[in-house]
Design a protein around this ligand. Structure first.
Ligand SMILES: N[C@@H](CCC(=O)N[C@@H](CS)C(=O)NCC(=O)O)C(=O)O
Length: 220
């Protein structure tokens, strides 16, 4: 069987959600780099594959899938039909994992983007106070969710919600965010650093942060 193909760019957090899932599941993958800083996602061949021209894009034996969290769920459902601790079959456990995936996709990560994209692509050199505040409000929510818990969905084992949120938090850690006011987030982050693929994930976050910090005259 041909290996999975993942169109990938390490500084992209969604790409690292997909890849860290692949690493935790120990699946074979061929990475094809799409350099967003060179606008390679707009090349005709790639747009034919993914008209939304986003990475990550997964190709599994001709089946094309976009959206990082959908990719994570697909890989587990396809390869572990009787379930996997990263995304167990129990409806309530899944619901709590899905909730935290939605929290990352709909709240935490968009607030990180709102801080970073004006710097990365908008020519700005400073963060708006409002955007910074909203980002740290989301970190505060995460800190509250983690009260008395080891992992974000409340399970005893890490899940894909941890992989997703770890990826977002790695970006702001590497941007120099002071998380000392969020002790639950700090200890959870240290725990997640033990997961397969997390060192590689942090390398991508460093690349992302390096690009931002070369452009701004500010700090988180
Ligand atoms: N919700 C999507 C977001 C994908 C996304 O927006 N990827 C960005 C990089 S972080 C991208 O490919 N941007 C290039 C473009 O939109 O042209 C996911 O989680 O996969």
């Amino acid at each position: 069987m041909s290996p999975l193909v993942l169109y990938y760019f390490a500084p992209s957090a969604p790409c690292r959600i997909a890849l860290s899932t692949i690493r935790c599941l120990d699946l074979d993958v061929e990475l094809r780099i799409v350099d967003l800083f060179k606008k390679e996602q707009l090349q005709e061949e790639f747009v034919k594959l993914n008209p939304q021209h986003t990475v990550p894009t997964l190709v599994d034996d001709g089946f094309v899938l976009i959206e990082s969290r959908a990719i994570a769920i697909y890989l587990i459902e396809k390869n572990f039909q009787s379930g996997h601790s990263l995304y167990p079959k129990d409806a309530k456990e899944r619901a709590l994992i899905n909730q935290k995936l939605q929290f990352d996709c709909g709240t935490l990560y968009p607030r990180i983007r709102a801080v970073c994209l004006p710097i990365l692509f908008g020519g700005q050199t400073k963060i708006s106070d409002d955007n910074r505040q909203k980002l740290f409000d989301a970190v505060e929510f995460l800190n509250t969710f983690l009260e008395g818990k080891t992992y974000v969905a409340g399970s005893e084992q890490p899940t894909i919600a941890d992989l997703s949120i770890f990826t977002s938090i790695a970006n702001i850690v590497e941007l120099g965010a002071d998380l000392s006011k969020y002790p639950n987030v700090v200890s959870w982050y240290e725990t997640c650093k033990q997961l397969p693929g997390s060192a590689e994930n942090v390398v991508g976050a460093k690349e992302f942060a390096g690009k931002i910090t070369s452009l701004w005259q500010d700090k988180l």
